[in-house]
Design a protein around this ligand. Structure first.
Ligand SMILES: [Zn+2]
Length: 266
């Protein structure tokens, strides 16, 4: 059932949206910055490495590599790429584990504080480490965030390996190969960003729902104001009121990077 929010409910929605935006602002976090620095270092290191292969085989300004040479060099490159992938994966795992734990815990307590401004007699509640970990580790399509990170890095490494191989075979200039390396590393950052962003949204909603249940909220209202490219499904859910046990959950029941939230009815 759709129901227009009254002023009090509008204010509560705004406060929860502000909290969500705060949770999503991880780009200044030192571990995230460290991931960006690592990405850049490995990118430059790889370009140097490929530059050396180039020098080794260049004759009269043309790359002179047989298929056998290429396969030999790609084989050697594999272990280097493997190390790069592992290094980036580990740093992203650090971000995922500590950032999501913190997001879950803070979202739980802060959202209850916010609701407490609009609802009387809220009992003192606590969330256990076990519940937080369960929320953080939840699988989507059979994978939790660390497993997804691993798959993402494997795809990245494979893509870059195949791109380099193809361009060596095509006798492409070193400038073109460097551009490709830049592009592949940039998309790796976008993929990381997407995963972290989506997981924060998912964990935020999980913590909110846990908090609502613990303080006895019975109904929630769907809010799709933040979903910039709101799909028709999310747009049509805006202001829809659900019993807490029947409510669809943003991301889990909608789409990746959904920015909708559920606002508790006080
Ligand atoms: Zn949405």
């Amino acid at each position: 059932m759709k129901q227009k929010p009254n002023n009090n409910e509008k204010q509560l929605s705004n406060d929860l949206v502000a909290l969500f935006l705060f949770m999503l602002s991880y780009k200044d976090d030192k571990e995230f910055k460290k991931l960006l620095i690592l990405n850049k270092q490995h990118r430059e290191e790889l370009k140097d490495y490929i530059g050396k292969i180039y020098l080794k085989y260049i004759k009269n300004n043309e790359l002179n590599m047989t298929y056998k040479d290429i396969n030999k060099e790609i084989k050697k490159l594999e272990s280097k790429l493997g190390n790069i992938g592992n290094d980036l994966r580990k740093q992203e795992d650090i971000i995922l584990s500590y950032l999501l734990y913190r997001t879950c815990k803070d979202s739980y307590y802060k959202s209850i504080d916010i609701v407490g401004k609009y609802k009387d007699n809220i009992s003192n509640v606590k969330v256990s480490d076990k519940t937080i970990k369960k929320t953080v580790d939840k699988k989507i399509d059979g994978k939790n965030n660390t497993q997804r990170n691993k798959v993402n890095k494997e795809k990245f490494i494979n893509k870059i390996k195949n791109d380099i191989k193809k361009e060596l075979k095509g006798k492409k200039s070193i400038e073109i190969i460097n551009e490709t390396i830049d592009k592949d590393f940039n998309s790796a950052v976008n993929v990381s960003d997407r995963l972290i962003n989506n997981e924060i949204g998912r964990v935020f909603n999980g913590a909110l729902m846990q908090g609502y249940r613990d303080i006895g909220i019975k109904k929630v209202r769907w809010l799709s104001v933040l979903d910039k490219n709101t799909c028709s499904e999310c747009a049509s859910l805006d202001n829809e009121v659900f019993n807490i046990d029947d409510a669809p959950i943003p991301i889990d029941d909608t789409h990746i990077n959904c920015k909708c939230i559920l606002v508790g009815m006080v």
